[in-house]
Design a binder for this molecule. Structure first.
Ligand SMILES: C[S@@+](CC[C@H](N)C(=O)[O-])C[C@H]1O[C@@H](n2cnc3c(N)ncnc32)[C@H](O)[C@@H]1O
Length: 657
């Protein structure tokens, strides 16, 4: 290769696509070699210039038809250009050239999915996921594809794939979880029937009889990994918990440990939201005394008793519990015990230890900030496990294409991102995975939330995130500057959001995105009704009072406006329910009032981050590309469809010129 070509390729490899494009352009009149062609095709693909990308990729393939990576690139270009049938054919060829290449199999899966061959797509996704068991992306794609299959097909042929997906803790198996909930309905109905009619002698017998069935296993995987967000499941789990405790206390019968530990984990994930009548509370108090006694006397304790206790109370609060020797009834399932103890005891204690290590950037003196701080120290938000790895959106071979364009707007080539009010760090993790070369500062009032984020950062092996403690209002005192800022679900908790936004403006360079998420007025009407109900009956932000509040909401007639709270996933866990209905402070916006707030702080509304379907609806009404920057038009769309943006606007803004 000539020196010029080498320089252009080096810029491409470094992710400096603008520079690479300029250098390649200068060489336009010389014949491009294969490297140049693939570089240019990939860059065109990233830049969404699909026609150019396709021309270049077609040239590559015509020169070297037998190379699988070129057939793959061609297929990718066809797929991204929307030429689904051609893409499917090109990728089928790529797979035949390299049957063992999992990235190609994954892209082929995406083409099959786009062509409506969902089951065949799931097969390819499952195969490549199994071959890359430790790579969450592959599982995320499988979870997405499973979501599109008829539930009967899953029951007959993909139940194991579903279980495997649910057990991958680093992903968000949203679609897979929806399928799992459908699949286990008959199992739960049968369980309920058994609890009422009792054709088996005991719940223990019934569960043992069901243990080999796929529905049982899907049930265990679901409740062990995914927070329940529906009333039917919560009801069934509350009933199951009561029965398990009762059988243990009154008849010393222990259910399979997998069920009890999974249920305990579900209770941990929902922050012990389920209610219990007095008789159950007395039984659990009795169990606590028994455990306390055994721990104090260094006696061994039945593992079921420990797990049962953990279905009602956080296990790490039972001091000394890890020092006891658990006695397992069922040696086949002992392997679960280690993971169970890590989640219920070690991780909360690790977080406790990390709280003091998070460096402070500012003092917290503002009265509202202090009250909000206390809220999130007691109830960090959210308790998350995995993140969405872009499942279903882009093939892995494209998402992870190396190199990818680098954002180098910051000083010394480092793009500086602020996650303002990062909570427990989920958004910081998403940013870190998407932009591993950036430097990310995750900032919050709540040390407990930050410690959760720090623990997850270590679990995910994120290198470029640092967690800092402090108040957004005082960020300008730090003299830090950021090229990109994301602030989700935070400003509406400030007494004067304008002060918070002005503070963010002072630390913003304006070189990258400014993304704000705040409560909508129209999408939170059920919450407004819930707040009124809360105040009418004097419910407080304590665990007991919030459980009673939830019970009252369940008992409302369907026409009561607060019954709509059941449509919010946050309703189903106490930490999240507190954030939903028991905020110290909340403001809600329309797009017009939000746009005024932005203008008052020197920003301009520049669009909404929304689903492609909503964007398409908007574009049909307003074909002019500039219309997306007009909040009044978006407002008109919301006025005609009040739930279109949900309970939170996801807004892009830029500095006013
Ligand atoms: C609802 S949580 C959102 C967390 C995260 N952004 C997310 O979307 O998952 C709100 C967070 O904002 C933080 N917060 C509220 N006011 C703040 C302030 N003045 N300075 C820093 N953080 C603040 C709270 O401590 C809390 O963790």
């Amino acid at each position: 290769m000539s020196d010029e070509l080498l320089a252009a390729h080096a810029a491409y490899e470094a992710g400096q696509f603008d520079q690479a494009a300029t250098l390649y352009k200068k060489l336009q009149d010389r014949p491009w070699n294969q490297t140049a062609l693939t570089d240019l095709a990939t860059m065109a693909l990233h830049g969404k210039s699909y026609k150019d990308a396709l021309d270049l990729a077609a040239q590559c393939v015509s020169k070297q038809a037998g190379k699988p990576e070129l057939a793959h690139l061609h297929g990718l270009c066809l797929l991204q250009a929307g030429l689904v049938e051609d893409a499917r054919a090109a990728l089928e060829r790529a797979v035949s050239l390299a049957p063992e290449d999992n990235r190609i199999a994954n892209t082929y899966g995406h083409a099959l999915l786009a062509a409506g061959q969902t089951e065949y797509a799931a097969q390819h996704f499952y195969r490549s996921a199994q071959a890359n068991a430790g790579t969450p992306d592959y599982w995320q794609d499988l979870a997405h594809a499973l979501g599109a299959l008829p539930v009967e097909v899953i029951r007959d042929r993909y139940a194991q794939a579903l279980i495997d997906c649910l057990n991958i803790t680093k992903i968000k198996p949203k679609n897979a979880a929806i399928q799992a909930r459908k699949l286990i309905k008959p199992f739960l109905t049968e369980l309920h029937q058994h609890l009422i009619n009792g054709e088996f002698q005991s719940l223990q017998d019934w569960l043992l009889a069901k243990r080999a069935s796929k529905n049982y296993q899907v049930f265990v995987a679901l409740i062990e990994n995914v927070r329940c967000t529906d009333a039917f499941l919560e009801n069934a789990l509350t009933e199951l918990r009561a029965m398990l405790l009762n059988e243990w206390v009154t008849a010393s019968k222990s259910a399979p440990i997998a069920i009890v530990t999974a249920l305990a984990t579900q209770c941990f994930l929902t922050d012990y939201a389920f209610t219990a009548p007095q008789v159950e509370l007395e039984q659990i108090n009795g169990l606590r005394s028994l455990l306390r006694n055994a721990i104090d006397n260094q006696a061994s304790v039945n593992s079921n008793a420990i797990a049962l206790y953990a279905t009602y109370h956080p296990l790490h609060t039972l001091q000394g519990v890890v020092e006891v020797t658990p006695q397992h009834d069922d040696s086949a399932e002992v392997s679960r015990w280690g993971n169970f103890i890590v989640m219920h005891v070690s991780e909360p204690l690790t977080e406790y230890g990390l709280r003091g290590d998070i460096p402070s950037l500012t003092q917290i003196e503002n009265e509202t900030s202090r009250a909000v701080q206390q809220q999130y120290e007691e109830s960090p938000y959210p308790r998350w496990t995995g993140v969405n790895w872009g499942g279903g959106k882009l093939p892995i071979g494209f998402r992870q294409s190396t190199p990818s364009p680098k954002n180098v707007s910051g000083e010394n080539g480092r793009h500086r991102i602020l996650i303002a009010g990062c909570g427990t760090g989920q958004q910081a993790a998403v940013y870190s995975l998407a932009q591993p070369q950036a430097s990310i500062t995750a900032f919050d009032l709540s040390r407990r939330s930050l410690a959760y984020g720090e623990r997850k950062k270590r679990e995910f092996g994120l290198q470029n995130v640092t967690f800092h403690h402090g108040d957004i209002l005082r960020l300008p005192e730090t003299n830090l500057v950021f090229d990109e800022i994301a602030c989700a679900g935070v400003l509406h908790h400030l007494k004067t959001p304008r002060d918070g936004l002005s503070a963010l403006k002072k630390v913003y360079s304006g070189k990258g995105e400014f993304n704000l998420q705040v409560y909508t007025e129209s999408g939170r009407q059920a919450v407004v009704a819930g707040i009124a109900l809360r105040d009418e009956h004097g419910y407080k932000a304590t665990a007991g009072s919030m459980r009673e509040f939830r019970k009252r909401v369940y008992g409302l007639s369907d026409s009561h406006p607060a019954k709509g709270l059941l449509r919010f996933a946050d309703f189903f866990s106490l930490f999240e329910c507190r954030d939903l209905v028991f905020n110290v402070q909340e403001h809600r916006y329309t797009l017009i009032t939000l746009s005024h707030l932005l203008n008052a702080c020197g920003f301009v509304f520049s669009g909404l981050k929304i689903s492609t379907a909503t964007l398409a609806t908007f574009r049909r009404l307003h074909p002019n590309p500039a219309a997306v920057r007009d909040p009044a038009r978006w407002q008109a769309l919301e006025d005609s469809n009040p739930s279109i943006f949900g309970s939170m606007y996801n807004v892009m803004a830029r500095l006013a010129s």
